[in-house]
Design a protein around this ligand. Structure first.
Ligand code: ADP
Ligand code: MG
Length: 633
């Protein structure tokens, strides 16, 4: 509990004790025997009332001065002061007391789920151990620049992205990926900030400034997530803006109209003014919309927290909300359905040595981040001297052209070969084919194969099970490979040999085939598909552990590239929405019932208090359920 919350708790205790004593005195008839009994009891009951409610009264007063009437403080102030005016002292004080108990409860709950989220996201490093002239200095991560060497001891957080120079260790990436099995790391490998070094000492060469490092990017996302409001949240704040004045005037009408009508009709019997005013006030207390106003954003907040716990970054409540109604899911192939790690399985029709073809391919691919490029460089395995490569050009969806040691080399698919006028010899093996032409004439091709990622098939099955109607794969790769992969994992449709622009138009075509309420999801790795990621209702990026473009263009990021997380994400979304609807239904039902009873005079102020505070507490408890990640069944 914070200091502020403790203070409120103390006030609640004092006020409860005072009120209890006064109520006993009243029941035993002692109060009546005091001199000026009416005024004395008023004075005595005002003490617990003011102890508990002075700040609410102050806020209500400020609201009136600023013209922001009709908020919940105002409602409470009017209701309680009204009760006192009608000599219902106990009720007046009790309403304020319970209101404060509800508020305290809610602030503890909000604090708790916020802490939960920040615990999950507890990846912000406090310092970095920088190596300066052989000795170690503790500095702010912000003060480390690219090329500096840092040392991370076991148990410490990795503060910046970099490359391991020496040391072996295992890393706890739970906060980033939700994956609890430690991942091993060794010399020469890239390391990302935010994970925790578990076993060995690591010396790391920093490759990104702190502001550009994974940890900063993720924190930024999480911090901004709650500012993007879901439709339900927007609806509720609009609803409250209309609802509150309506109930205020309703209460006013309830207090004034029946007695006035009675006067006009000269009826002698029936309830008096004070009774109707009290009913009006009761009506006011019951109708306070706080349960809805508070619990809905809290549910989304908790849902986003649950998602980050599972290694799914959701950039806003609006995206979390849209995930639930996914009807069409569109996937990129390379790096999304497949591993994106190609193994070279052969070099065919080569005019030169295999070694030379592979070397030229690796050199041409020296600067590309495409999975094909990464794999070819890895296969080559040796240092690449970039000064030998000139006029480098990457043709998105086709390949690369560059000048290597003065010779023009083209590396890519058949389209690229056609573009430069080289005659490509087709390959009769199934796999992705990288054609190579030197000085415009065909020099052979490298056959590479990419395996389907573990879990892809399972994920597609689950998606079908939870109601996703169309599962479409789009790929720039050859027809034979694309169709084989799509069939293997169980897609309902596949389009192959697409240029990045064609992917956008395919997605646009699919967008016209669905209603506004249905969600089209695009899942890609951020390479050659950033425009599609932005075009879809919800863009989901894989490969957050690497591709910056993905993190930026996507609305949802699956931190560990596991497609099954997509299913979890949709389930979290569904659960969150279910909780939101439950809360709306619960609050409206109870309130409407009490409002009816209140208007008819069956519900008194005590009922009103329980309707208001009770519903709020129930709704807040229910919201907190959204923090638990549902299991995939
Ligand atoms: P996808 O991710 O669906 O496979 P891309 O648009 O990323 O589609 O790539 C389409 C095709 O273009 C690849 O299958 C490959 O043949 C070719 N290509 C793209 N970039 C490169 C590259 N850097 N090197 C070689 N071929 C490439
Ligand atoms: Mg791709």
């Amino acid at each position: 509990m914070t200091k502020k919350q403790k203070k409120v708790l103390i006030r609640i205790i004092i006020s409860t004790v005072l009120l209890a004593v006064l109520m006993i005195l009243e029941k035993t008839g002692i109060l009546e025997k005091l001199p000026f009994s009416r005024w004395t009891s008023l004075g005595l009951f005002l003490i617990p009332y003011l102890v508990i409610g002075y700040d609410i009264l102050k806020k209500a007063g400020k609201g009136i001065i600023k013209g922001r009437m009709l908020d919940e403080c105002f409602l409470m102030a009017v209701a309680t002061i009204g009760a006192f005016a009608l000599s219902e002292y106990e009720e007046g004080a009790a309403v304020m007391l319970f209101y404060q108990i509800g508020e305290l409860f809610q602030s503890v709950a909000v604090g708790k789920s916020r802490k939960n989220i920040s615990d999950l996201m507890d990846i912000r490093p406090d310092y970095a151990n920088k190596e300066v002239d052989g000795s170690i200095e503790k500095v702010d991560p912000d003060e480390v620049s690219i090329g500096d060497i840092i040392v991370v001891q076991p148990g410490e957080k990795v503060p910046l992205d970099g490359k391991v120079l020496s040391g072996n260790s295992s890393l706890d990436t739970k906060a980033l990926t939700g994956e609890s099995v430690p991942r091993s790391i060794k010399e020469g490998e890239e390391i990302i900030s935010g994970c925790i070094n578990l076993t060995g000492v690591l010396r790391i060469e920093v490759t990104k400034e702190f502001g550009e490092s994974t940890v900063s990017k993720i924190l930024e996302l999480v911090e901004n997530a709650s500012s993007r409001k879901s439709k339900s949240e927007n609806f509720i704040s609009k609803f409250a803006r209309v609802y509150t004045p309506v109930v205020c005037f309703g209460a006013l009408a309830l207090a004034i109209l029946p007695p006035v009508i009675r006067l006009l009709m000269h009826a002698a019997e029936g309830p008096m003014w004070s009774t109707w005013v009290l009913r009006g006030l009761t009506f006011l207390v019951i109708s306070c919309p706080c349960a809805l106003v508070i619990s809905i954003p809290l549910s989304f907040f908790a849902g986003i927290g649950a998602a980050s716990h599972a290694g799914i970054l959701v950039k806003g409540s609006n995206y979390l909300e849209r995930l639930a109604n996914t009807q069409i899911a569109v996937f990129d192939k390379t790096g999304t359905i497949t591993k994106g790690e190609f193994e070279v399985s052969g070099v065919h029709h080569n005019e030169r040595e295999d070694e030379e073809i592979l070397r030229l391919a690796a050199y041409a691919e020296c600067a590309s981040s495409h999975p094909i490029a990464v794999s070819l460089r890895k296969h080559y395995g040796k240092e690449i001297d970039r000064s030998l490569v000139e006029d480098y050009e990457e043709i998105s969806g086709e390949g690369i052209t560059a000048k290597i040691e003065g010779k023009t080399v083209a590396v890519g698919n058949e389209k690229l070969m056609r573009r430069i006028g080289a005659e490509a010899i087709p390959c009769n093996h199934v796999g992705t084919i990288v054609h190579i032409a030197i000085e415009g004439s065909y020099a052979g091709h490298i056959l590479i194969a990419d395996g389907i990622k573990e879990g892809s098939k399972e994920a597609i099955e689950h998606l079908k099970k939870i109601g996703v109607r169309d599962l479409v794969m789009l790929t720039g790769d050859a027809k034979s490979v694309g169709e084989a992969v799509a069939k293997e994992v169980g897609m309902t449709d596949v389009h192959t040999e697409l240029m990045p622009g064609d992917k956008v138009s395919e997605v646009e075509k699919l967008m016209t085939g669905k209603t506004v309420k249905e969600t089209l999801l695009f899942v890609g790795d951020g390479i050659n598909d950033a425009p599609v990621l932005t075009r879809a209702d919800v863009g989901v990026a894989m490969g957050a552990l690497g591709s910056d473009a993905a993190i930026e263009a996507a609305d949802v990021v699956l931190m560990d590239d596991d497609l099954r997380k997509l299913v979890t994400g949709i389930q979290i979304s569904k659960k969150t929405l279910r909780i939101v609807y439950e809360n709306i239904a619960l609050a409206l039902l109870i309130k409407l019932a009490c409002l009816g009873l209140g208007a008819l005079g069956f519900a008194n102020m005590w009922w009103a208090i329980f309707a208001d505070v009770g519903v709020m507490i129930l709704a807040v408890c229910n919201s907190i359920r959204a923090l638990r990640v549902p299991k995939i069944k």
